[in-house]
Design a protein around this ligand. Structure first.
Ligand code: SF4
Ligand code: SF4
Length: 167
């Protein structure tokens, strides 16, 4: 039995002459160039920071520590958020609250935002709605230390974006 020989495939002449494909590509580029030149409003570019993108209400941006109606931090330093954080970027130091009705409060509450994966597990884990992920997304600074968000900074985030939570 003789072996079957597959005939060699040769490209048609229209594909071997690349000039046609190059010309088609240049036409497409020129079409987009002139369209964008004469109607810049149709461009997807946003003129940041004058213009901001409207994100979905479900967007998970920078963290917020919420406050009670009396202005105190709502967090009870239960550590559930830190325990559930897959990036191990929440560090809390718990202290005894002077009010005997309140067991604990966070003396320090730091988030290393450069490690954060914005997964939302901390928000999900919190039993008292003390930590939320807000709509802010501006995340730029000059030093690594500036990306450790302290309790005060996280509370300030909330003051800009949400009203106080009532107990
Ligand atoms: S969003 Fe996720 S990674 Fe970031 S602090 Fe919360 S649990 Fe950790
Ligand atoms: S933010 Fe919520 S989950 Fe995290 S320590 Fe405070 S009360 Fe617990």
């Amino acid at each position: 039995m003789s072996a079957q020989v597959t005939p060699k495939y040769t490209l048609p002449i229209s594909q071997r002459i690349y000039v046609v494909a190059i010309f088609k590509g240049m036409l497409i580029t020129a079409r987009h160039f002139f369209k964008n030149l004469f109607s810049p409003r149709s461009l997807p570019t946003i003129q940041y920071p004058e213009m901001r993108r409207a994100y979905s209400p479900r967007f998970r941006g920078l963290h917020i520590l919420t406050e009670k109606a009396n202005g105190e931090v709502r967090c009870t330093a239960c550590m559930l958020c830190a325990t559930n954080c897959p990036a191990d970027c929440i560090h809390i130091t718990a202290g005894e609250h002077p009010d005997p009705e309140v067991e604990k409060y966070p003396v320090e509450f730091n988030i290393d935002i450069l490690r954060c994966a914005f997964c939302g597990m901390c928000e999900e884990a919190c039993p008292v709605d003390a930590i939320r992920m807000g709509p802010s997304y501006e995340l730029a600074d000059y030093t690594r230390e500036a990306f450790i968000y302290t309790k005060e900074a996280l509370l300030r985030n909330g003051n800009h974006t949400i009203s106080k939570v009532t107990r």
